[in-house]
Design a binder for this molecule. Sequence first.
Ligand code: AQP
Length: 335
Amino acid sequence: KPRVFSGIQPSGGLTLGNYLGAMKRFVQMQDAGTHETVYCMVDLHAITARLLPPEELRNNTRELCAGFIASGIDPEKSILINQSQVPEHAQLAWIFNCVARMGWMGRMTQWKDKSGKDAEGASLGLFAYPALMAADILVYHATHVPVGDDQKQHLELTRDIAAKFNHDYGVDFFPITEPVIEGAATRVMNLQDGTKKMSKSDPVEKTRINMTDDADAIAKKIRKAKTDPDPLPDAVDGLSERPDARNLVNIYAALADITPQAVLDEHAGAMFGHFKVALADLAVAKLSPISSEMSRLMDDPAEIDRILGRGAARAREITVPILEKTYDIIGMLRS
Ligand code: AQP
């Protein structure tokens, strides 16, 4: 079976963007049974923006694991891991730091956005983030990576790293990975500004829906979401210049598992005041069971730790031989 890998940072909270853009696809790919699926809490990535207080990182990682399971990831069907518990990720990342070029990294828009005006003060880890991401994927020889649209550039870099390694050593060892960016919500936007991505690190709370928000909070954030005074159009073309309106229609479509056009077929002509009520009801119906299951799972952190321990052992059956072979190709002495 071809192998799928993807991850989410335990940098605190899980948004509707993470759920619709990533997690929901992870579950679909697992349940399709066509791929071997490996899903990861990327805790090494989560400290690139800032060093979190240790207890916060531990709690975020467990909460994210609970989020994976509550969303439908089955730790028996998928390999569910925490990145730092599988040391081959970081070991291969070092090799890739020596394969990737400074210029490639410097062109990454995530690096530019997150380092902002203070590139001198950003961590070296933030700069090298995409090399670690390439290692996460290639240490499994994964061929398919479901992600949101914002990760497309990093996946192209993963392909460049694999191709350069293969070329420089004259081997056909690392696969050239395919991004899987599909569905109505590959880029869920900020509820207050439809031109910006919904992000868990945005300081303004009402810009996003968190998976742990209760029904009232979800309904309130949707009611307050920015829109325009026009009714919903009857075709998706009518949304092209209306980013805030388009975002709400896309969110509805993704939650209901229908196309944006099907949403408009049902709601064309409605004013947003009305549509938002339907959207809030749908969001609460879909998200509430997940958030209550998350809090139930969080009552037993030892069980979460056991699940991640088992996941790491299964993962290392794959990663240890691939890393050994990589070292062998490079000429690193093994004895
Ligand atoms: N708004 C989004 N729409 C669709 N997909 C999204 N993803 C994130 N935001 C959206 C997808 O979620 C996966 C995991 O993302 P991540 O947590 O590793 O990092 P991120 O992309 O940096 O997510 P955030 O929420 O924006 O976190 P912060 O604020 O910490 O930077 C990825 O597949 C991503 O595409």
